[in-house]
Write a protein that binds this ligand. Sequence first.
Ligand code: 13P
Length: 264
Amino acid sequence: MKQARTTIIAGNWKMNYGPSRAAQFTMEILPQLNQITHHDYNLLCILCPPAISIPAVHQLLHMGRYTHIELGAQNMYFEEQGAFTGELSPHMVRELCSTVILGHSERRMYFGETDEQVHKKTLAAFKHGLRPIVCIGENLAQYEAGQTEQVIRTQVQGALAQLPEEKLGDLVVAYEPIWAIGTGRAATPEIAGNVTGLIRQLYGEMYGHEAAAALHILYGGSVTVANIGTFIIHPEIDGALVGGASLKPDFVELVRQAAESSLL
Ligand code: 13P
């Protein structure tokens, strides 16, 4: 087996599937997903529907007690409660979810989220027992200008500094190069592996070798059934954050490939 870290496949549905469609799709994929995750595979699958659809999916998961299939939100605010129209508090998210995606590039791009906010949200997630999936990644211009390392360093140091050491085991980082998101132009496993290796190194400089060895780092950006295996077998990559391909029934096949590849 390539490593002791659990393989994580998270499906980020983004702004797709309202409550009825979300329930319908979940019912379609759950039986098979459950078969895969119930095997000996060291694999966790996390579904991240839009906030309004979370209760519908939660109900289905809860009814079946799918222990290796969990639920995640796509965002949350860091304050506990109050006059923040349109936001979800960490406590609200924790009622139905184990996980929360934070600092997705679409949040950063369209809603102006900063590393400082992502840092606050990460602390709030820890405080409430949520598993944060913190997203980082460079855009096309930065990639082409050879600035990836610098951008990643700034994001890691900005969003992941001064975290409580006793909670670090809950943290997941997703490397999502913006140029690979929704473009059909996935990074090569080599590029993704180099950057995830860099993230582990930077993280190790902050929290030590042991914490770095335990950190789960996912790759995201045009992951499909066809390429998932090539990412999973890379020793630095612990899973994937999947967008478009998590909305189709063959997401099940993608998860199966990930499970099988994680045993190689
Ligand atoms: P795609 O898989 O659609 O490229 O999206 C990736 C992503 O942004 C997941 O968070």
